[in-house]
Design a protein around this ligand. Sequence first.
Ligand code: NDP
Length: 271
Amino acid sequence: MVAGKIENFPALAGEVDGSGLIQLMRDQLKGYNLRVVAADVKEANLRARPFSIVCSNGSAWETHSVIVATGAAARRLPLASEEKYWGKGISACAVCDGALPIFRNKPLAVIGGGDTAAESALHLTRFASKVYLIHRGDRLRASKIMQHRVQNTPGIEVLWDRTVAEFFGSELLEGLRLKSATTGDIRELEVCGAFEAIGHLPNTAFLSNQLGLDESGHIRCEPGTTATSVEGVFAAGDIVDKRYRQAVTASGGGCMAAMDAERWLMEKRLL
Ligand code: NDP
């Protein structure tokens, strides 16, 4: 939903963003016997069959098979000033928002030290006057090749050993107060944009540990399939994938999950 212009989805031409793509998907469903229910799932019981799904609007559903595709949310810094400037200079997606006019030819910051942070910093050099990569440690967690690129790109300066103590500005973000992780001293950095790249949290809370997860909290699937640890439950998209995280790869995963679910229902003579 929140992606900016989508450029790598085959056959999708023109200025289509995440919400535009979803509208196209909804339009495509017309004419099929499919009911779309807009509701938050509060809990799922996958221990008894048929499974049951309970929504926050009070509706409840029983089903033989489930595809979980609830995605992952960008991790955010727990600061009141971050809330204040969220969407007013702070974003968690450099690839989606980096090209916005408010960031053009301005100094920008990326927070984090992993591959996403490195990739974001490199991407932003296309638009920014300067990119600061702010990392709380003294070495990047990003892969060697990404570290090499970051350190050899003239438009990027890495600020080591720094955490964000506060975001400041007026209507829009104007800068960050950075705290040294070792000495505690504070310095101000003037930037017009800050991109948080501190990881993602898969949206699995409603599952209450009923499905097997990997060490980063993503749903673990049988390699090469969308089958989870519970027979009849399949998973697709960013809740499984920490590497590609693209609309097109998630859609492909959704297709795989639908085929796996259909095949499983047929095998069990439930369809
Ligand atoms: P990571 O978990 O790898 O990195 C998160 C970074 O954010 C770490 O450097 C961490 O610091 C830092 N961090 C976490 N919490 C805070 C905080 N509260 N304050 C300040 N800094 C914080 O996440 P990524 O999204 O970068 O990567 C996830 C996975 O996706 C990885 O496996 C990665 O390799 C992969 N990926 C691959 C890409 C590619 O191949 N091109 C592109 C993007 C992602 P610290 O290091 O100190 O823990």
